[in-house]
Design a protein around this ligand. Sequence first.
Ligand code: GDP
Ligand code: MG
Length: 147
Amino acid sequence: MDRTFLMVKPDGVQRGLIGRIISRLEDKGFKLVAGKLVQMTQEQAKRHYAEHEGKPFFDDLVRFITSGPVFAMVWEGDDIVALARIVIGKTNVKEAAPGTIRGDFASHTPHNLIHGADSPESATREAANFFSPDELVSYEKSIAAWL
Ligand code: GDP
Ligand code: MG
């Protein structure tokens, strides 16, 4: 079973979309293994977006992601890193298809509501920026055989 790191960004929290975003991830058949509301520090934000350091939008991105609380989560499922990014939709809201979270709820890039790790390695690194290992809960769901 694979895991990914997902995070409702400050725009999603402010707009009251945490519940509906979680519902979509549950509807897809993913399993929640950790979640918490966090006001990110500058340092934590820079670690999270380290791959974008040096890009023209980096400072704006750090300002945006620290502008209010985020809802950080770890989810589990087969091939979940790639599948979650399909459920989330494209980065640019003009390209995000209807039926995706960004396609249905986001209207202005870069306020695209949710972050999703782009590889299993990123997922592990990003999750460790928010959660200690004992905060990731392993449990079985009886529905698993029917997915
Ligand atoms: P993601 O993995 O789909 O979230 O996209 P990226 O990793 O490429 O970018 C991270 C986040 O930075 C995006 O989700 C946007 O919120 C923001 N972002 C990306 N490109 C730009 C840009 O050109 N300008 C600004 N201001 N923000 C951007
Ligand atoms: Mg990314």
